[in-house]
Design a protein around this ligand. Structure first.
Ligand code: NAD
Length: 370
């Protein structure tokens, strides 16, 4: 059986609390002989700053580079508000994303039937929703140069950001989206602003070429990103995989996230290029939420986003899709039984703490795999 190298970076605040529930699951999977994990754990963010005066050490970076998958909790908190900018907690996450060259950000938006009433949209619009937003993560206007604010000398200033994409950047993110669609409902919607932006014209052209050349079996549609935002809240179930650039993806994935309720429910994956020699790709999995300093240390954190992020690692890094399915089904089953952490409480539900939720999900996984 292959050995999977897993690096755990719990981080700050509720990060270690939710990561403990992943450990519980990993330990059980190993004990059952379902997989062999080589698990390492390191500091990141504020915890790393306290120990080593940097947000991530070179030694930890080397471990991340060597791992099959990195599992990241959350970083930051008021304790580190005054630390120097280049060693602030978030710098650890940014370095990981940059050095691992994680260009594809996967954000599923899944609506568990038991939580459909927690959405701001009507139940029939979001119940059973299962879509995936693929956001380009290392290019576009957040990184393009020039990026300046200049004095114009007349009391005015001018700010410039540069939206820039090369063909290869669009090709590789399009390929990620098409590959995902083949394992889902076989449809990709590409969103851009080709009506007003040159980068949108190229985006549209390259996605169309990649489709024609390598993925003609997948249904492809193009949508202007503003119309896409509207369609996401009007009838989100029309989508399967949405692929878009860094800026639009940032916003559209947050819109999609809120369709499904609490921050404590949302996993994500960030993937790099596939290594031609090994067939493996660098990958980091993390919940969308932050370190939640307001509830840290109280046992109130919802571990579902973290556990669902681990399920994504099982699916995309370890090729264990069936086990990933079981974890996701276990989460749905526990919610259907009325168990809730405080952030997703509803009338008549049983409120549980972080560890009780983790235990209940593990029990369901055990029952499903019996
Ligand atoms: P946050 O996501 O930490 O919290 C927002 C709200 O959601 C809080 O009320 C919190 O209690 C709640 N919440 C979040 N996750 C939850 C969970 N799993 N269970 C129950 N409730 C949950 O965002 P914030 O308050 O804006 O930021 C707090 C700190 O986290 C800041 O230092 C920020 O910079 C950092 N942050 C880190 C990341 C990351 O590590 N990727 C992401 C966002 C924010």
């Amino acid at each position: 059986m292959a050995t999977h190298k897993l690096l755990l970076l719990p981080g700050d605040g509720i990060g270690p609390e939710v990561m403990a529930e992943v450990r519980r699951l990993v330990t059980w999977i190993s004990q059952q002989g379902l997989a062999t994990f080589e698990v390492e754990e390191e500091l990141v963010g504020g915890a790393s700053y306290d120990a080593d005066k940097v947000a991530v050490t070179d030694a930890t970076m080397a471990r991340a580079m060597a791992a099959d998958a990195v599992l990241f909790g959350a970083v930051g908190g008021p304790k580190w508000d005054a630390v120097p900018y280049d060693v602030r907690p978030e710098a650890g996450l940014l370095r990981l994303r940059k050095d691992l060259a994680l260009f594809a950000n996967l954000r599923p938006a899944l609506c568990y039937p038991a939580l459909a009433d927690a959405s701001s949209l009507k139940r029939e619009i979001i119940e059973g929703l299962d879509i995936m937003i693929v956001r380009e993560l290392t290019g576009g206007v957040y990184f393009g140069e020039p990026k300046t604010i200049t004095e114009l000398g007349n009391g005015q200033k001018r700010a410039v950001d540069t939206q820039v994409y090369d063909t290869y950047e669009i090709e590789r993110i399009a390929a990620v989206a098409f590959d995902l669609a083949r394992k889902r409902r076989n449809k990709v919607t590409s969103m851009d602003k080709r009506n007003v932006m040159k980068s949108g014209v190229l985006w549209n052209e390259v996605v169309t070429q990649v489709h024609k050349r390598d993925y003609a079996d997948v249904a492809l549609e193009h949508m202007l990103a503003d119309a896409g935002g509207m369609q996401l809240v009007r009838w989100p179930k029309q989508f399967d995989v949405i692929v878009t650039d860094n800026l639009f993806g940032d916003m559209l994935s947050d819109v999609a996230a809120m369709l499904t309720g609490s921050l404590g429910m949302l996993p994500s994956a960030s993937l790099g290029a596939t290594d031609a020699a090994t067939g493996k790709r660098r990958a980091l999995y993390e919940p969308v939420h932050g370190s939640a300093p307001d509830i840290a240390g109280k046992g109130m954190a919802n571990p579902i986003a973290m556990l669902a992020s681990f399920a994504m690692a099982l699916r995309y890094s370890f090729d264990m899709g069936a086990l990933a399915d079981s974890v996701e089904q276990a989460i749905a089953a526990v919610l259907a039984k009325g168990l809730r952490t405080a952030d997703i409480r509803s009338e008549g539900a049983t409120i549980v703490n972080t560890a009780q939720m983790g235990e209940a999900i593990l029990k369901e996984v055990q029952a499903l795999l019996k």
